[in-house]
Design a protein around this ligand. Structure first.
Ligand code: 4AD
Ligand code: MG
Length: 477
């Protein structure tokens, strides 16, 4: 008899049949009901034990957390809450669990506690649901691009360039840390380093993706990126996964269309294929919100929020319009913002972004045409000479989900920009080559995968949507 997963068993039509299943004990009540879970679904299968037929010493080993192998008959359930259950014939304890010290007791744990036990937290309903959704979202990402003619490109993780020009990079070095080789003028001699130059972990695969877009047409990367910014917020990780499509002959308007269509498609896939996990997380969020004062509760539930995004157009607003809205809004006039908006050119903080999406427009917003001096060097300069063809997509509850742009394809303009920002041409000679040989309009964006998982699962802290979060002062596991 082959072992079936709990998901398979629960979806069976009830015909009495012999089955075998392996999983971890969630609870064992009244020496009679074992709740078993194997990760294949949010639901447990109930296994009913006639204790008189079993050795007491064996049953004592069936404790929360133990791995067991059960065989028995799949029958229509006598109790409420499930349609089928297993009338147990044999139990084999595959691995004991010490019930005294097992961290994941059958009770509510705080997320902080579970973060400290991240190696076991996927044995809870919430985290198993989140991680199944994460996996599904990642599949939906590849499915979308595959069905739309994109090639998946693996961009390097170790690079010599700083794509975002923000200088927040982790250095990759094999030099002796105490006594590094020095140049004559006393600086570290990176020619002696492993790669013969100073290298770092990538902050983005964009620049390399551009090279492939300029030959393969439509490409995307989906890989880990690293940022050494000291931001201890619920939305920042030091290691996160980014999805970056890059398309030749596509302008900023096309980029916005692509991003919107992509996000709607991926979220639509989840609504179709992950109902049980979504319903569980939806209920979890409702229970959480019940603890909040009425004014702080959201007017839509989790599934409602996802459907809203799938069914409605994102609002497209220029930076200039946004500044006008912000300058004249109540929290600005009443000095409620930490950073007051006074002039055109101000960088938007998350309080401003949240006001725009959550209070003013109440839907995802695509802000475009930002001032050149607050955006990266590679963005296409507009005819006005002061704004660039940048776009940020802001989501309710999340803030910035996507950052992208049309790229500067004109060699002279790009060189001038790099010079002004002290970016050495030698470092990016290959990037400049793209502008020498067959240059063309092209665009792309980067979507922070964990922020998408946050939105889809309703989790409030980014540390809870990646298996092992890396944040300042924390790289456990
Ligand atoms: O806006 P960013 O910095 O854009 C880029 O890196 C571009 N090279 C992308 C491109 O055009 N190909 O980052 C893109 C997205 C952000 O909108 C945000 O969702 C996410 O990456 N992100 C982070 N997510 C988690 N932790 C962090 N520290 C993040 N920094 C950015
Ligand atoms: Mg950004």
């Amino acid at each position: 008899m082959t072992t079936k997963t709990v998901a398979e068993l629960l979806s069976q039509d009830v015909t009495i049949q012999d089955v075998t299943v392996k999983g971890w004990v969630r609870t064992f009540r009244a020496n009679r009901f074992i709740s078993l879970n194997d990760g294949s679904t949010i639901n447990n299968i109930q296994c009913v034990v006639d204790f008189e037929n079993f050795d007491e010493a064996l049953l004592k080993r069936v404790t929360t957390g133990a791995a067991i192998h059960i065989s028995g008959e799949l029958v229509e359930s006598q109790g409420k809450g499930q349609s089928v259950e297993i009338a147990v014939k044999t139990i084999e304890v595959l691995g004991d669990s010490d019930p005294e010290t097992y961290p994941i007791q059958p009770k509510k744990h705080t997320f902080e506690f579970l973060r400290a036990n991240a190696h076991l937290r996927t044995r809870t309903n919430t985290f198993s649901a989140v991680m199944r959704l994460r996996s599904s979202l990642s599949f939906a990402v590849h499915k979308y691009f595959n069905e739309n003619g994109f090639y998946y490109m693996h961009t390097p993780i170790i690079t010599g360039s700083d794509a975002e020009g923000a200088g927040e990079m982790f250095r990759v070095s094999t030099l002796d840390q105490k006594e590094p080789p020095l140049t004559e003028d006393g600086n570290i001699d990176h020619t002696k380093n492993f790669f013969g130059k100073d290298t770092n972990l990538t902050v983005s695969g964009q620049l390399e993706a551009e090279t492939y877009a300029m030959s393969l047409g439509k490409v995307y990367t989906f890989g880990p990126t690293f940022r050494a910014e000291n931001s201890n917020t619920s939305r920042h990780l030091s290691e996160f996964w980014m999805i970056e499509p890059e398309v030749a002959f596509m302008d900023l308007a096309g980029n916005m269309d692509l991003a919107e269509d992509f996000m709607k498609s991926v979220l639509g896939y989840i609504l179709e294929n992950n109902k049980e996990d979504l319903e569980f997380l939806d209920k979890r969020l409702l229970d959480e919100e019940k603890k909040l004062p009425q004014a702080q509760r959201s007017d839509m539930n989790l599934i409602g929020k996802i459907k809203f995004v799938v069914d409605n157009n994102f609002k497209r607003v220029s930076y200039t319009e946004a500044i006008d809205i912000l300058r004249n809004c109540k929290p600005n006039k009443k000095k409620k913002f930490k950073y007051l908006i006074e002039e055109w050119g101000a960088d938007l903080q998350s309080e401003h972004e949240r006001f725009l999406v959550e209070k003013h427009f109440k839907c995802p917003v695509i802000l475009f045409d930002y001032p050149a001096n607050i955006k990266a060097f590679y963005m296409r300069l507009n005819e006005d000479g002061k704004t660039v063809r940048a776009m940020d997509i802001l989501f309710p509850g999340i803030g910035e989900m996507v950052g992208g742009s049309q790229r500067e394809e004109r060699l002279d303009v790009l060189k001038e920009k790099m010079k002004a920002l002290d970016i050495p041409e030698e470092e990016l000679w290959w990037y400049l080559d793209l502008r020498k040989y067959g240059t063309a309009v092209h665009s792309g964006f980067g979507l922070g995968f964990e922020r998408l998982v946050m939105f889809t699962t309703g989790m409030g802290n980014i540390r809870d949507v990646i298996p092992y979060p890396r944040t300042p002062q924390n790289a456990e596991f």
